[in-house]
Ligand binder design. Sequence first.
Ligand code: DX5
Ligand code: ZN
Length: 227
Amino acid sequence: MNYQLCPSILSADFNHLGRQLTILEQEGVEWVHIDVMDGDFVPSISFGMPVIRSIRKESPLFFDVHLMVREPSRYIEEFVKCGADSITVHVEACEDPLATLKQIHAAGVRSGISIKPDTPVEVLEPLISESDLILVMTVEPGFGGQKYIPKCTGKITAVRDMLRKNGIEADIQVDGGIADDTLGIVMDAGANLLVAGSWVFGEDLQGKTKHALKKLHEKEDEIIAKG
Ligand code: DX5
Ligand code: ZN
C-alpha cells in the first residue's frame, strides 16, 4: 500500500506558495493536493489554471488536482496541459461520470472519483474499474478547517470492501478534518492517501509537516506489523 500525506494548498499562504512547496518537498512530501472550486458546485471559489501552471514550473511534486467544479469534462485537457498528474472529479458534478473518468485517462493522467458525505458508496460500483483513486470526502466540500464527520468512517470501510470484492487496487483518499485525532481512524478504516490542509499549513509549516509525516509513518508501521 502506498501511503502518502497530501498537503492541501487551500490552506497555504499564497504570498509564498513556491517557498512552501519547496519546504514540503524538502521534508519528503511527494504529493500535493490542489483544490479547484467554481463557486457553483461548492459555494466558494479558490483558484484555477494559472496558479497550477505557475507552480508546475518549479515543483517536481505529484499534482493531485481535486475538481469541485460542475461538469468538469469541460476542463480536463486544460488541467492536464497546466500540469495535473491526477484529476479527481465528483460523481455529483458529472452528467456522465464514467465518460469523464475515461476522458481523464485518455488525457494521460490518473483518474479519481469523489463522493460527498451524504452520497452513498453504492454509486461508485460502476465507476471503480475506471478509477485509480476513490476520494471519500470526510467534510462537506468547499472549505478548509472543518471538523471530520464521524459517519464517513464506515464509508471508507465500505469502499475498501467494495474494491476487495471486485479485485481492484485503487487508492483510497480522505479529505477534510484529518489531524492527530482522526489520522489513525481513517487509516485503520482503509485510507492510504491522507489530505491535510489546516493540519500542516499555517505557522511553522516545516515543523507541522514533520509531525504529520511522523504520525503517518508510525501508523503505517503499526498497520504493517498487524498484517
Ligand atoms: C475541502 C477541500 C480540502 C481542504 C481540507 O473542500 O477539498 O482539501 O483543503 O482542509 P482541512 O484539512 O483543513 O480540513
Ligand atoms: Zn480537496
